[in-house]
Write a protein that binds this ligand. Structure first.
Ligand SMILES: Nc1ncnc2c1ncn2[C@@H]1O[C@H](COP(=O)(O)OP(=O)(O)O)[C@@H](O)[C@H]1O
Ligand SMILES: [Mg+2]
Length: 145
């Protein structure tokens, strides 16, 4: 059987993400438009065995969910999931702060976010110590490596 991902060029960044994914961290895939971030996320999820949810930051409902900054809300929405994936994360205001809260309150959750403008970094950089502890891992996405 031919899988969807077979028609795509295999990317080194994919195995990097697989190997470095870890609860308590946010794997940020960054890079400009059209370098393949969304495709990478979908190909990744196609092979992913765990329980996941995929959101798109361009969706207004998604924007509401991820600006709520409520630990209780994030617990009830995300507890029990293995992986949270957010595409177009740069569209969500204060996404860095909200992801930090999610990391701090939802145990065992892996997170991948695709961020075209590097805004997660900007939001989180106020908190030096967490940053140095490695709360975020960056994966640069560009043509075609
Ligand atoms: N690994 C790949 N191999 C071949 N084509 C790809 C690959 N990744 C993306 N593309 C193609 O490149 C275009 C842009 O990809 P997309 O994932 O939408 O980029 P982004 O989300 O970074 O804007 C799409 O037409 C997509 O089919
Ligand atoms: Mg995209």
């Amino acid at each position: 059987m031919v899988k969807t991902s077979d028609k795509f060029i295999k990317r080194a960044i994919m195995s990097q993400i697989k190997n470095r994914l870890k609860p308590g961290r946010v794997a940020v895939i960054y890079g400009p438009r059209r370098v393949g971030k969304t495709t990478l996320l979908h190909n990744f999820l196609e092979e992913y065995d765990g329980k996941y949810k995929l959101y798109n930051g361009e969706d207004l409902e998604t924007q509401k969910i991820f600006t709520v900054q409520s630990a209780a809300k994030y617990q009830s929405l995300l507890r029990g999931l293995d992986l949270l994936v957010i595409d177009e994360a740069q569209k969500i205001e204060n996404i860095g702060l909200n992801l930090k809260l999610i990391v701090d309150t939802v145990e065992g959750l892996n997170i991948i976010a695709a961020d075209r403008l590097h805004l997660i970094w900007r939001n989180m950089s106020a908190n030096r110590s967490r940053e140095e502890n490695g709360i975020i891992r960056f994966f640069r996405c560009r043509n075609w490596n």
